[in-house]
Ligand binder design. Structure first.
Ligand SMILES: [Zn+2]
Length: 213
């Protein structure tokens, strides 16, 4: 698997992860780091998973629309096969949506002398550690934790509150479906309660319909 990426002795690479809840500016921070590398005339490549098609197919975009050209890939190993030999910096957005192989891929790339910067959600809508991100935080040289603002109290927020009825673990959306909350105001059960209320309403309207027929 490590073919073509031998360890670079004079210029060792490293792994950086940028984590936090939604609206914590992870993608902005990723774009900032990439722009700095670009000013430094370093060759960079940016990847994101196919699942995230909001705003732009082939760009990394933050909620405030700052754009950076990127390659959409279906799997972690596709990153490895797409990285060019002279690339120095590799940016990966929405890291939590990649498979677990991203840990191995980041390791191989860093061992071969490349700087790998991965942005991703550290917890999911239930407040649980999200997919491969905890493992990436463990192997990374640098972990940057970003904070949003709690929409209830204005304190720093670390959790992503889902505001709509639960329907599966992955719900790609932005302002209307989620908001940032602090630990005190985070309510992981809210989405499940909304789903219950909705199903009761549906049943009630079925009964009303049956009665009128
Ligand atoms: Zn709060």
């Amino acid at each position: 698997m490590a073919e073509g990426f031998s360890r670079h002795k004079l210029n060792p690479g490293w792994v950086e992860v940028i984590v936090g809840c939604m609206f914590s500016g992870k993608t902005e921070e990723l774009i900032k780091q990439l722009k700095r590398a670009q000013y430094g005339r370093q060759k960079l490549q940016v990847f994101k998973p196919q699942i995230d098609d909001r705003y732009s197919e082939d760009h990394v975009a933050s909620h405030n629309q700052s754009l950076f050209p990127s390659t959409v890939v279906k799997s972690s190993f596709e990153i490895l096969s797409s990285v060019e030999k002279n690339t120095q910096v590799i940016g990966i957005d929405e890291g939590q949506f990649f498979d677990d192989d991203l840990v191995e891929v980041a390791t191989v790339l860093a061992n071969s002398g490349k700087r790998v910067i991965i942005a991703g959600l550290d917890t999911d809508w239930k407040g649980r550690p999200f997919g491969n991100i905890p493992a990436l935080m463990a192997i990374a040289e640098v972990v940057r934790k970003q904070y949003a603002i709690c929409m209830v109290c204005g304190e720093p927020a670390t959790r992503t509150q889902r505001l709509v009825a639960a329907d599966g673990d992955i719900l790609v959306g932005s302002t209307e479906a989620y908001e940032a909350r602090c630990r005190n105001h985070f309510d992981p059960e809210l989405s499940l309660r909304l789903a219950k209320i909705q199903s009761k309403k549906t049943k009630a309207s079925d009964i009303t319909q049956a009665n009128t027929l």
